[in-house]
Design a protein around this ligand. Structure first.
Ligand SMILES: NC(=O)C1=CN([C@@H]2O[C@H](COP(=O)(O)OP(=O)(O)OC[C@H]3O[C@@H](n4cnc5c(N)ncnc54)[C@H](O)[C@@H]3O)[C@@H](O)[C@H]2O)C=CC1
Length: 532
């Protein structure tokens, strides 16, 4: 994910969202003779390459002055001519490569795990619903007739009224306008980018399906937080650092920005005017500057990526492996963080995996990987990786880490392979010699899915402050198990697992009185993006 690990209040806004380019300082359009126009992007329609040009934007620099400069006057509107370009949207060529994906996860039955003690909790039958208005409260049921009418006459969702600075309002207005055609905007954006800047194509994966979504999500997130300098800066710094592993360089940002503006102006034409363009120019000049500066600072202290050799591969179930690697140089990280990982079988496709241990003296790193159907990276890691294979790792990220300045207890919910970072947190507390209570709820759909219960129970035996409760539940009510225990008012909460579990876990924890600021988890959006 480039999951901003975040507190629940934080909206999930950090992380590297993976667009191979970045944001922008548009520059003048390349001439055809420079290879900027005519080349057709792979699989896209050649006619779609035209888009309107963008106002001049401050050149990239390190001073940051660009971020507040107003754009120069726009050149005469070529837009009309360019808008007349073919209306067809280039096909998203890369969206369809499933044939080359590894086989879906194996489904052979496996031997039952042998960890009879203690008996897992069984989640009770659905309990009384929380009061209305509480997080997680069900909405009142409409009468069947009214429901039928509502279905028969769907009404468009009312658009939220944009709020904030004038630039933020214009940016949000554009986002609202392009929201319904986001997929077209993204396809068009990449067609422009690869047509005008074919040299950038090798920075992106062969298959662009996930990549396309990620870039747009990064855009939405940045736009959403444009007035929230603190959150936006943290997010963009992480994004900028994360882009180093793709080979992104400062000179790529103008190209991306130019094509982004071209796409937005085309699909947001109903709200697009000079002021809107100027607002986008200012906004993304700021954005690109933060990313470029963060990448430059990171370059002074860390490599863009690490090579890491697989040293062991332990198949715990037919579809879950514990993969341990040795990085080629020291890899500093904190327990609870995650990394991006690329396999040799799917170049430039990166996925996030949480570290399954606190930093070890031998420098080895472990990951728990579950092969999911059609999951390229996960299947490669579970079914193909063997000792001796060399992976690449990006920088560590995430803030789901233990605050050692307090002695609050830790309430940890780990669902499925989400137990991996929870185990790392437990080890971290143990290594700090603390005696703070740590209560782990380990959720799985069946007993057999509790693939790491033996390790967790061993830790429990060693550490009297640790309690581990396996919870077997196939009804997506695993987080409800915490309601049976407590009180939790002296605890910080950590959630790790499937996105749905995190969402309902946050609701359950808020419902029992844990403030949002004390609930930590990786970004749900990023977890969704990283799911294969
Ligand atoms: N840092 C993190 O947050 C990490 C997240 N993960 C994610 O965890 C997931 C693990 O997948 P699996 O092992 O297949 O888990 P799973 O689907 O088998 O579910 C694990 C547990 O969560 C519960 N659960 C699932 N969906 C739920 C929902 N909507 N509401 C409430 N409870 C729900 C299940 O009942 C089960 O007890 C993956 O999506 C992976 O990306 C993995 C490692 C770290």
């Amino acid at each position: 994910m480039d999951a901003p690990t975040t507190t629940s209040a934080g909206n999930g806004t950090s992380g590297d969202s993976g667009g191979g380019g970045g944001w922008f300082t548009p520059r003048k359009a390349p001439k055809p003779s420079e290879g900027g126009e005519p080349t057709q992007p792979e699989g896209s329609e050649p006619e779609a390459a035209e888009s309107r040009r963008v106002s001049a934007i401050r050149p990239l620099g390190r001073s940051g002055a660009a971020s507040t400069s107003a754009p120069e006057a726009r050149p005469a509107p070529e837009a009309e001519r360019e808008r007349a370009a073919d209306e067809r949207i280039p096909a998203a060529r890369d969206a369809a490569e499933p044939a080359s994906a590894p086989a879906a996860a194996q489904s052979a039955p496996h031997a039952p795990a042998s960890h009879p003690e203690p008996r897992p909790e069984r989640v009770p039958e659905p309990r009384q619903q929380p009061p209305q208005g509480q997080p997680g409260s069900p909405q009142p049921q409409a009468a069947p007739q009214a429901q039928a009418q509502a279905q028969a006459q769907p009404r468009p969702e009312p658009r939220p009224v944009p709020q904030g600075s004038p630039d933020a309002i214009r940016v949000q207005r554009t986002m609202a306008e392009i929201g319904p055609v986001a997929d077209k905007v993204t396809s068009y954006f990449y067609a422009l980018l690869f047509t005008r800047h074919p040299d950038l194509r090798p920075l992106f994966p062969a298959a662009m399906d996930t990549q396309r979504d990620r870039l747009l999500k990064a855009l939405l997130t940045a736009a959403e937080h444009i007035d929230n300098t603190e959150v936006l800066t943290a997010y963009l710094k992480n994004l900028g650092r994360g882009h180093r592993k793709y080979g992104t360089r400062p000179e790529h940002y103008p190209a991306v920005g130019e094509c982004l503006i071209g796409s937005l102006s085309r699909y947001g034409s109903a709200v697009w005017d000079e002021e809107t363009e100027a607002a986008w120019v200012r906004t993304y000049t700021t954005i690109s500057q933060i990313m470029i500066d963060a990448a430059a600072a990171d370059e002074l202290r860390a490599p863009a990526w690490w090579f890491a050799e697989v040293v062991s591969h332990d198949l715990r179930t037919p579809d879950i492996a514990v993969v341990t690697v040795r990085p080629d140089q020291p890899y500093p990280f904190l327990a609870g963080q995650y990394t991006s990982l690329e396999t040799p079988w799917w170049p430039r496709i990166w996925r996030h995996y949480s570290f399954a241990s606190a930093p070890r003296s031998d420098g080895l790193l472990s990951f728990h990987v579950k092969a999911v159907p059609a999951g390229w990276v996960s299947n490669a890691l579970v079914h193909h990786a063997r000792p001796g294979d060399v992976l690449r790792l990006g920088a560590p990220a995430g803030s789901m880490t233990v605050d050692h300045t307090t002695d609050s207890g830790l309430l940890c919910l780990g669902g499925g392979t989400g137990i991996a970072p929870i185990k790392a947190l437990v080890e971290d507390v143990a290594e700090h010699g603390e005696r703070r209570p740590v209560e782990v709820f380990y959720g799985a759909r069946t007993d057999h899915d509790l693939y790491d219960i033996d390790t967790m129970l061993r830790l429990q035996q060693t550490h009297p402050w640790l309690s581990v409760r396996p919870v077997v539940d196939d009804h997506a009510q695993f987080p409800d198990a915490v309601r049976e225990y407590g009180p939790w008012n002296e605890y910080d909460a950590y959630l790790s697992g499937p996105p749905g579990m995190i969402r309902s876990g946050v609701d359950a924890l808020r419902d029992i009185g844990i403030p949002a600021g004390r609930i930590r988890h990786d970004s749900v959006e990023e977890l969704v993006a990283a799911a294969d």
